[in-house]
Every structure is written in C-alpha cells, then in structure tokens.
Ligand binder design. Sequence first.
Ligand SMILES: [Zn+2]
Length: 683
Amino acid sequence: MSSLSPLEAAARVAALRREIEEHNRRYYQEAAPTISDQEYDRLYRELQDLETQFPELASPDSPTRHVGGTPLEEFAQIRHRAPMLSLDNTYSEEEVAAFFVRLEKLLPGQKITTVIEPKVDGVAISLLYEEGVLQYAATRGDGTTGDDVTQNVRTIRSVPQHLRGAHIPRLLEVRGEIYLPKAQFAVLNEERNAAGEPPFANPRNAAAGSLKQLDPSIVAKRGLGAIFYSTGVVEGAQWQTHREALDALHACGLSIHEKTWTAATLEQVLAAIHELDAVRHGFAFETDGAVIKVDSFAQRDAVGFTAKSPRWAMAYKYKPEQAETRLRDITVQVGRTGVLTPVAELEPVFVSGSTVARATLHNEEEVARKDIRIGDIVVIEKAGEVIPAVVEVRKERRTGAERVFKMPQFCPACGGPVVREEGQVAVRCVNASCPAQLKRRLEHFASRGAMDIEGLGEAMVELLVDRELTRDLADIYQLNVAKLASLPRTGEKSIANLLAAIKGSKTRPLWRLIFGLGILHVGVTSARALATHFHLLDKLMATTADELQHIPDVGPVVGPAIAQHFENPGNRAVIERLREAGLNFGELDERATRRRQVRRNHVGHHRHVKRAARGDRRNDPRPRRQSHRFGEQKNELRARGRRGREQARQSAEAWGECAQRGGVSEDVGSGGWPRGVASFPIS
Ligand SMILES: [Zn+2]
C-alpha cells in the first residue's frame, strides 16, 4: 500500500499516466521504446495499484484501460469477432503461486491441468479463416478493433492462405504472434546500419515496424514468422481442451509451439517455467516469458474473466539477463557517411553468453535522454539476445566524479568541422576526404554482404588508407604485388590471395556493386530492387530523382539520395574508373538470368512449394557475418552463422529458383546468403 496522501496520489497518478502514454506512443507508434519492459511494467503496476487504492482517481482514459496501442490511421480497421484480451503478467513466482491457489479455490476438488507455453516476444495477431480460406489478419489494436494488415501477413510463409487437413472449421478466428527470427533481426539491423538508418531496439519492435509497413513487398523481405496459440470465435468444430485445440490448429497447417509443458500442481508449473527458461535461448524467436493456461475449456468457463483479463491464464515474465559494469569512457566512431556515433567503452562484463566491452549509444540525444555519464555504473542488456545496449544508469551509485559527455565540435578522425543537419539527430563530418569515412566505405564495399572481397577487412583497410595506397574505392583495383609488398605482415601468399579476391569481385552481380557503393539509405533491399529494375548501372545513373521515387522499395527518401550520389562529380569519376577496371555493371547479370531461366524449365519449382507449405517451424535463420565493429557479437553471430550455413546451403538452390520467380536476381552460392525471397506464392 502506498502511503501517499490523496493529493500526492492524484499528482503521481497524473504523472504516471503521462509517462505511460508517452511510452505507449514510442512503443506502438514509433516502434522505438526507450525503457525496458520491466521498467514499463513497474510504472504500469504502480499506476494500477494507486487506482485501486484511490478509486476516486480512476478515469476511463487511463492507460490501464487499454489493452494495447491505438490503431494506425493508414490501415483499415477490423473489429475482432471475439475481443483480444491481454493476460495478467508478473515477474514473481509468488504471484504464479497465488494464481494457482486462486484457481484451486474457484474449482474446489477438481484436478486442474495447465499447459505452459513459451511467450513469444512478437506482435499479437488475429486471423480469420472462412471455409479454410484466409479472410483477413488484424493486429490487436485496442483489443476490440485492430489494423487490417492482411496484405502484409499474407507475405509470411508460415501463415497458410488455405487451411488443409480433414477437419477444417467452417469459421476459425485464430490468434498468435508474428515474430522476427533472432538471426533475421541481426541481419536487418546490420542492413539498417549500412543504410544509415537507426537500428531496431529488439526483434519485437522490428516485427511491429515491419507489419506497419504500408508496402507489403518490404514486409515480404523481412523474413517474419508466425506461431499460433489460441482461438477466438470458432464454428464447425468443438474442442474440450486447449491441447485438443492446438492439435487441431496444427492439423490445419497452422504452426504451433513445438514444445509445451503440462502441469497439474504448482510444483510442476514452476518446474516447467524453469525448464522453459533453460531451453528458450535456443529458439529461433525471442521469448520473454511463459504463459500458463488452464487446459479444460469447461474449467475456463467456470472461472471466467476479470474486467481486463481471463482468470484462467497468466504470463510469467523472465527477468532479462542484465549485468552491471562501469562506463570507462565514451569514444566517438566516424561512420561511412560521416555520422559520428558515441560508443560506450565498458569494463568487460559477461552477459547472455559473451563478454561485452563496447556498446553503441546511437547518438548524442540518446546519451542525454538516458543521462549517461562517463564513470557511471550502467546496466547492460542484449537487444534480441545479440546486440549489447546500455539500458539504464545506476544514478544512486554516482560519486560526483562522473563527467557529462559532449559531442566533439570537430571530427575525431580528420579534425574537420562537424554539422548537424536540420531536423536530424545525427552529427556528421562533412570532409569528403576524411580518412575514417574512407576506411568505413572501403570496409563496406569489400564486406561479405557487398562485393565480398576476402582479405580486405578492417586491418588491411587501415593499412591501405594510412599508407595512402587507396584514396577511393577504385584504387582497390589498382593494387598490385609491388604496392602490397611494401606493407608490414604481408607474405607472398596472402598478397596473391588478396589480389585474386579483388579480381574475383569484378564479376559480382550488379546489386552487390550498387550496395557496395555505399549510397546513403540504400540497403540490400533497395539495391536488389534497383538492379532488378534497371539491369544496368548506366540506366540507373541516368534516372532522375523523381523517376526513382516511384520504383517499389525506393521511395521519396532513397530516390533523391541516389540521384545526388550520381550527380557528384567525385563519385562519377570513381565509377568511371571502376568501369575501366572491368567491373560488372550489369551485363553479366543479364546473361546469368537467361541461363537460369533455361535451367528453371528443367528443375521444377515443386521443391520450394513443398517447403513453403510446411511453414517455417524449422529454424530458418539464414544468417551471415555482420560488419559491426563490436567484436564479441561478431563472434557470436559467426557461431550462429556456421550452424545455419549448412542448412542454407542445402536450400540455396531452391531459394535461387524462388528468387527468380519473385523477380529478384540472386547469386546463390557465392558466399552471400540468399535473401529477400519470401514473397513467393504459397497456395
Ligand atoms: Zn572526419
């Protein structure tokens, strides 16, 4: 119980409501939350408690009355047949015990079987099937009305357009979760980083952000997955238990959790929760808890609902793995486009499976908003269990010796002036010959996701730029034995390998070159779309910003950026020298496409249709190395990459075929992971 006076309570309630509304807005509208779920839950709980203790303060527009966020304006609205309720959730095992004891009281003398399922950290979704045909997909919205995201959900491979099996209900409203696989999350953020866009905070935000896309072709490329775990209105089928319902959904071709637990006592419930916690990091999707549900529908009816949630279910949330450490310093990294990024230099600390010594702080505003000071004790967490992030500061542990961080007025790499562009958070070094920018540009160009030049990594780039052997991208192709022999630690063999790799990069498909050029905002997705659309680099270069905007996957931000890049005389000169060096500007792609078309007529596409029909209950990570400069996460991703590599190799050919069908040109098997091909038809 709070010891506040009614007046103090009123003030606190008002403040909490403002704060929670603001976090809701950031979470649902911008998909960019600034506090952890735990912090959010704490605020929410405090407000709930105060409203209970001071009923006179209750208000119909309090955030405690909404189940979720307000629907977006751009999407049509769909009214759910049965409301989508949220579950009570807790971080405390005592409350799980209280939940179970309450059930025992409500169902005296009965055996209560519960099912324990992983709680997927994704976006709740409701689908309606009529006569087995998908009618629509809607987000939860406010619980009664949600956004119509049918077009986007149709692009998700594990969502069947048609149900199958012998017993398809006439009407089936099915509920589940749309998620972004963890491996896809890492890849997506790497791409956003490369394109100069802010990263997603976690896979859930990435999934929410993807579903909010108005262009389904973008959604299709995100590689979303879906898992189903409950139903709304059902006609033409009767199930006695949750277990039975899940089996029926599965039989209809809907993906369900592969592993769930059954428990009939509190001890068994807690044991299941612990067991789930021990295995959940191995799942393809991120989980943040366990859901405990009464299995029997008759018992569910008997215990009923509170105003907001069912009494027969509860979500237990795992505390995110966090670690405290000291922030030794904040350094500033200069990116490919000149953007200055503050980086937290940490006393190394072990969290979620690896040692973390650095974490990006994104921008100056972020540092100020979280009030992060040099010398602070900070809390570290991994977003999506991969990318380390500073989530909060232990302000109570400050000694007074902490220093406030200020963004430098001059580029730390070249000493040139920095500017903040109108309306942007980013601060940029505008010196065209800034060596730090050149290094990042070269690394990007040579990276595995772009031109894939083995041996031209961070260390080699550092040497080449510092010794002025490369002053731009085209200089890579002017390297020879004599020049490389002057570098330290280079043997005959490594020189030969590097030169061979450079030569090999001349025949890369056009999209890799477009991506490799490092045009502002142009990620892999746009690069592929541009290559598919124009076939030849010269055609792309001759197109105006206005024309570019109207190409799918390009749009009003990317279009002008492309035009600007090609208008720049310096860039044009580099491109001409790349042409002279003999790089593929698209001619090779056309020949390859013709070859593949011929082959496709022989190798049927049945294989991948089958694959699609199976859904993605398999782990399908399609990982690849990421070009972040933070060593630990790189190793972690590499390890994941090795595991997924064999799988990807096996499916590579099938993917290639899909890519063709989807109109996307892909070079399967040359080291790049096949991507962007999730939009092929399923039925
Ligand atoms: Zn600079």
